[in-house]
Design a protein around this ligand. Sequence first.
Ligand SMILES: *Cc1c(COP(=O)(O)O)cnc(C)c1O
Length: 465
Amino acid sequence: MNYVSTRGSAPTLDFCQVVTTGLATDGGLYVPESWPSVSDAEMELWKRLSYPQLVVEVMAKFVGSSISRDELQAMADRAYGSFTHPAIAPMVQLEDKLWVMELFHGPTLAFKDFALQFLGQLFDHILAKTGERRTVVGATSGDTGSAAIEAVRGSKYIDMYMLHPEGRVSEVQRRQMTTIPDANVHNLSVKGDFDDCQGMVKAMFNDLPFRDEMGLSAVNSINWARVAAQVVYYFRAALTLGAPDKPVSFSVPSGNFGNVFAGYVAKQMGLPIQQFVVGSNHNDILTRFFANGAMEAEPVTASLSPSMDIQVSSNFERLLFDLAGRDATQVQSWMNGFSESGRFEVTAEQHKKVCALFSAHCLSDEETKAEMHRLFETSEYLIDPHSAIGVAAARATRFDESTAMVVLGTAHPAKFPDAVLSATGQEAKLPPRVAHIMTAQERVEPVDNDLESVKRVVRSGANRG
Ligand SMILES: *Cc1c(COP(=O)(O)O)cnc(C)c1O
């Protein structure tokens, strides 16, 4: 399987190269040259598999011949062996035709463990073969950071620099990152917002000499392997609820658009998905795009669902590439427009096409709390603010009440105890496996919101051998 850039002028790469490269050298994102397909007969067989076995089947479609099935199975067993629920991704029915798929039973209690635990295995596998050492830089609005750190901590091949916006991540999220004692992990707290952090990570990648000097790799949601690993649970949920015979819809609380894009990929592979609901908080660039076909950046402000406090949804570029009929020149011109004037627009026809599959809905913090409260009162279900947005957005915009709707439960409620307490009066308790972080020693390096300062820190610690 070969991969091409959405901007058309980076080299074509194979799966393993894409994993360690991250962002393409032309600033684009890698996507498969064509979508692999899964037949109905294959799906019938897949219904009987364990979660790690299903991972092998789905990943094999993206990996091609570069990694053997036995090797994939060993990686999947290790990656998902760290999850505490026997079903890995259990489904809870809340209402008629409405399920939550709980994606928060991994080591950091958020769905990002699904992609990052597997990506950590992939990195070690690939780097062990080549003997290379890599510097991983990433930006986090909360959950990516801890999940990425858990995935690479203690690796012999990786130094990790994780940027987070100072004061903009919850205490639990911060402690999950800063209490990791492994020496290859470095936490940088930046005096800025998430988009500043992400902008600096992008700038480091676009500085090709720096990128080569440091051997930079990315684990952000732009990394194709993360999208691929997330495709698996869409198959899992839909096959459980009657696919390939019956269609299923999904509602996904979205920030960088990585999670919901993985669902789009599952659909392109043949999974019968009727609708995707995209949920946002008041940082609602995606909702506005689906309303009028124009992408327009606005300043980010803090919300109750900090992992979605984002205005530049990087994975959206992958959807745009398909929407443009895979015309990289068109994507390039949209992206140039966006970086020059903070705005671009798709055609009316393209807008109509995208709205036939996606709907979007945004919630204020008050509305989010009201939904959390409602779910506790009606179902005694404690839900985190991100997943609550998914439920409310599904209720507000679903196309067809008779199609099963699966809301992706993206975080454990105990990651956001203040929001849970104020919405429901309940204390969401951290599972025992993570409770120790509240008293453990923190390690964090404050850094100015300035690219050169960040580069200096990365240079000073990397290549220690
Ligand atoms: C990262 C995250 C999201 C947003 O996911 P994207 O893939 O960036 O759209 C939603 N909820 C939680 C809890 C997250 O950690």
